[in-house]
Design a protein around this ligand. Structure first.
Ligand code: FES
Ligand code: FES
Length: 159
């Protein structure tokens, strides 16, 4: 069964005809060419497919595209600012938190959501908040360092 949905992707309005069984991951990657959304496990275990829906991190492989009707979706392609890496992306680069990069878009988006919450997080809370992301290259320490750097810098910038 087909359904026409209207959503925003990275701030731009999109209207698209979907099969109601299609995942948001498939629509974003295969139909709209947002290939920064990675496909890993396809069962909600690895976090590679994470996007923000109305600012909240979601595993797009287990989220139906139909549910995104009327919502605002952010992929990693949408967070650069004026053609420059976002502060969270910069923090990942500065901390060397990227190896093959497959897990990076999802982690950057989840970290962006933490930063945008405006809350303070302890070290253990950051680890817990990012625990839904698997890094096959196992660079976890640098990833946590990058997230904490991004949070620290955002806090300093708001003072
Ligand atoms: S591909 Fe979606 S959680 Fe792994
Ligand atoms: S950097 Fe390779 S999977 Fe995380």
């Amino acid at each position: 069964m087909q359904k026409r949905i209207a959503l925003k992707v990275n701030g731009r309005p999109v209207q698209i005809e979907i099969d109601i069984r299609e995942s948001l991951l498939d629509v974003l990657r295969d139909r709209l060419q947002f290939t920064g959304v990675k496909q890993g496990c396809s069962v909600g275990e690895c976090g590679a497919c994470t996007v923000l829906i109305d600012g909240v991190p979601v595993n797009s492989c287990i989220y139906l595209a139909a549910w995104a009707d009327g919502k605002s979706v952010t992929t990693v392609e949408g967070i650069a600012q004026d053609g420059r890496l976002s502060p969270v992306q910069e923090a990942f680069v500065e901390e060397g938190a990227i190896q093959c990069g497959f897990c990076t878009p999802g982690l950057v988006l989840s970290t962006t959501a933490l930063v945008e919450s405006g809350k303070r997080f302890t070290h253990d809370e950051v680890r817990r908040e990012l625990s839904g992301h698997l890094c096959r290259c196992t660079g976890y320490q640098k990833i946590i360092d990058a997230a904490e750097r991004a949070l620290r810098e955002a806090e300093a910038a708001s003072e």
